[in-house]
Ligand binder design. Structure first.
Ligand code: GTP
Ligand code: MG
Length: 325
């Protein structure tokens, strides 16, 4: 992207042009050093137009019903709440070369067709815990393009929940009834990050077990360390198929947002998130500078082999690496 190309791209994003938006996200997700520079310039231009969205993370086990829920939720928001919804879906299977990016787009077909919504599947290759490295920047680009609701979908696998929680305002954990023992999940600390727990698929023959799972979650949550003094996590029951409870989830998210905002926690969180993102970029760029340097890369390879062979301790080898930088 040339200089004029970069500012043209920013202009396009600010005007809400969808092709510009898609190109901008591709740029901020790129790891190429020249792209990183252009991405930085673009993000600086957009920065004063960001921060106006509700940032919502939706996580849950594989197959919990995240995509189906987000489609129903997103359609509800654009149709009845006058929201403009961007969905950033991190697709873990895409890294394995499966065709599931298409799968997810198909699953959110109605939302994808709606011009008040924008869906962007991102491969999760080269990620930290299942969150694409460019996701927080992609979120800023969506905000600059005028989306007032940004939803990040990730498969919940332990650390990815923390990674998502470090970029959103409200973390919604989706659980399916009967998908394992609810209490087990809580024991693993899975829901400590959750601001709202939604037991989904509460329809048909799963309705009863969804209610049961919800009350178990509510019980167990009482014993967990609170994330905020001012907010106790809510447990709700919903179905993406019937639409039951979808509006309750939205109400809970809105209320959570209001509580955080009124307590000054929202602004503090976002400041922390920006700083967190800064350090992540510092680590990433120092590392890629090393890996882009042919000599350094050779030495890194040699050190790695020595560590593997037990000839040198990881600590000493790492010290030698920092001398390469
Ligand atoms: N009965 C019922 N089935 C649902 C509901 N939501 C999702 N499903 C089904 O659950 C399966 C998984 O749904 P997805 O939305 O793809 O789940 P996901 O969590 O996005 O899955 P991954 O992205 O692969 O981790 C699909 O077969 C859906 O049709 C619901 O509210 N009720
Ligand atoms: Mg999905």
């Amino acid at each position: 992207v040339s200089d004029s190309g970069a500012s043209g791209l920013a202009q396009g994003v600010l005007e809400g042009d969808r092709r510009a938006l898609a190109r901008a996200i591709t740029l901020v997700e790129s790891t190429r050093p020249d792209h990183r520079r252009d991405a930085g310039a673009l993000l600086d231009t957009l920065l004063s137009h960001t921060g106006n969205a509700m940032r919502i993370g939706v996580s849950g086990a594989p197959g919990a019903g995240k995509s189906t829920f987000i489609e129903a939720f997103g359609l509800h928001l654009v149709e009845t709440k006058e929201r403009r919804v961007a969905v950033l879906a991190v697709d873990p299977s895409s890294a394995r070369g499966g065709g599931s990016i298409l799968g997810d787009k198909t699953r959110m077909a109605a939302l994808a067709r709606d011009d008040r919504a924008f869906i962007r599947p991102s491969p999760s290759g080269g990620t930290l815990g299942g969150v694409a490295r460019g996701t927080s920047d992609a979120m800023l680009v969506c905000e600059a393009a005028g989306f007032d609701t940004v939803i990040v979908e990730t498969v919940g696998v332990g650390q990815s929940e923390t990674a998502v929680d470090e970029m959103v305002d409200t973390f919604v954990l989706l659980v399916a009834p009967g998908a394992g023992d609810a209490i087990q999940g809580i024991k693993r600390g899975v829901t400590e990050t959750a601001d709202v727990v939604a037991v989904t698929k509460a329809d048909g023959e799963l309705h009863g077990s969804a209610q049961q799972a919800a009350s178990e979650y509510a019980d167990a949550l009482r014993f967990l360390r609170r994330k905020y003094a001012a907010w106790a996590p809510m447990v709700l029951v919903t179905s993406a198929l019937t639409g039951d409870g979808i509006d309750d989830v939205w109400d809970a998210v809105v209320r959570h947002h209001e509580v955080l905002a009124s307590e000054g926690v929202l602004a503090a969180r976002r400041r922390e998130h920006a700083v967190h993102s800064f350090w992540a970029r510092v680590r990433e760029q120092l590392l890629s500078r090393l890996q882009d340097d042919v000599d350094a890369r050779e030495q890194l390879g040699a050190l790695e082999r020595e560590v593997a062979a037990g000839q040198v301790s990881p600590t000493t080898a790492a010290l030698q690496v920092t001398e390469l930088a």
